[in-house]
Write a protein that binds this ligand. Structure first.
Ligand SMILES: [Zn+2]
Length: 304
């Protein structure tokens, strides 16, 4: 069982909680995760109507926020049209019509995750439209970089952000690797890293990146979703960094403070939110539903 490091709190600023179980939530809370950001993404199969986008966005700002809060973890989200589904033009246009309503809801810290998948013209078109939306509302952007042709896709994503007049300090470029990190940092963007569970405890490559580039503007996340992934990737990597001699101050920066600094620019997320307790009191109901299933309390399940 993974136990938290004393006195270190963690933020996982990219995790798809809607795909995760209550066992994950209990383990995350025990490991010291105090807040999460859940960006809108695709669901593993294409959606067929704008109605399912509406329901999904509503769950991110409603039920999931409540459900995660019941486990003592603050939940925020990013709302956007993901790159894959930007390729369904008719549907994408309908989603663009409802986005302005959802991105301004309470707890939405950014427009995201948006960007490129296969780097098609339609992906570029809807990426640009959403950057314009972010700019008009002075919002942050969480950028998903492509897994194929990553270096070019990452450079291009940043070029387009600059072209649309976004301030790099309000853009988080995610899914970086050794090939992309230098350019992202040199250009003043936040550089986020997704830790995929290649090893059981944390990620050696991430340790080396922090050793080489320091902790400034670097953010660690799990991107845990419905695929093979680890909801404890952030605390596990923190532990590995400490074991490998990275200073506690640097570990705190990349696993907590930088995400807070980046996303608190939204004015939707501040440290007091969790230092003063989570928004929902245990045993509360959300539109008539609780998560207790006959349990008296959740805190009794989270023995520290
Ligand atoms: Zn994601």
């Amino acid at each position: 069982m993974f136990m938290r490091q004393d006195s270190i709190y963690f933020i996982d600023p990219h995790i798809h909680m809607t795909s995760r179980t209550t066992n994950d939530l209990i383990a995350m809370k025990k490991a010291g995760i105090v807040a999460v950001i859940e960006p809108a993404f695709w669901l593993g199969q294409p959606r067929t109507s704008v109605g399912t986008f509406k329901d999904y966005f509503n769950s991110l700002i409603g039920w999931e926020r409540f459900r995660v809060g019941q486990f003592g973890i603050k939940h925020y989200c990013a709302i956007g049209l993901n790159a894959k589904e930007a390729n369904n033009q008719r549907l994408a246009e309908e989603v663009m019509e409802i986005l302005p309503l959802y991105v301004q809801k309470e707890g939405v810290v950014a427009i995201g995750e948006i960007g490129f998948d296969e780097q098609t013209p339609l992906e570029e078109r809807f990426f640009r439209l959403q950057l314009e939306l972010a700019k008009s509302l002075d919002m942050l952007v969480m950028v998903h970089t492509p897994h194929r042709d990553k270096k070019r896709g990452t450079s291009r994503s940043m070029d387009i952000c600059i072209e649309h007049g976004l301030n790099p300090s309000k853009v988080v470029i995610d899914h970086n690797n050794e090939e992309t990190v230098k350019e992202v940092l040199d250009r003043g963007f936040w550089a986020a890293f997704t830790i995929y569970p290649k090893t059981k405890m944390g990620n050696e490559r991430m340790v080396e990146i922090v050793r080489q580039y320091g902790s400034e503007k670097i953010i660690v996340d799990s991107s845990a979703d419905w695929g093979y992934s680890d909801a404890l990737a952030v605390p596990k990597t923190a532990l590995l960094m400490l074991e490998k001699g990275i200073s506690k101050a640097d570990v705190k920066k990349v696993c907590y403070h930088n995400a807070l600094e980046a996303y608190s620019q939204s004015k939707q997320m501040q440290e007091e939110d969790w230092l003063n307790g989570t928004q929902h009191k245990e045993g509360e109901f959300y539109e008539g539903n609780s998560v207790l299933r006959g349990q008296e309390s959740i805190s009794s399940l989270i023995i520290r």
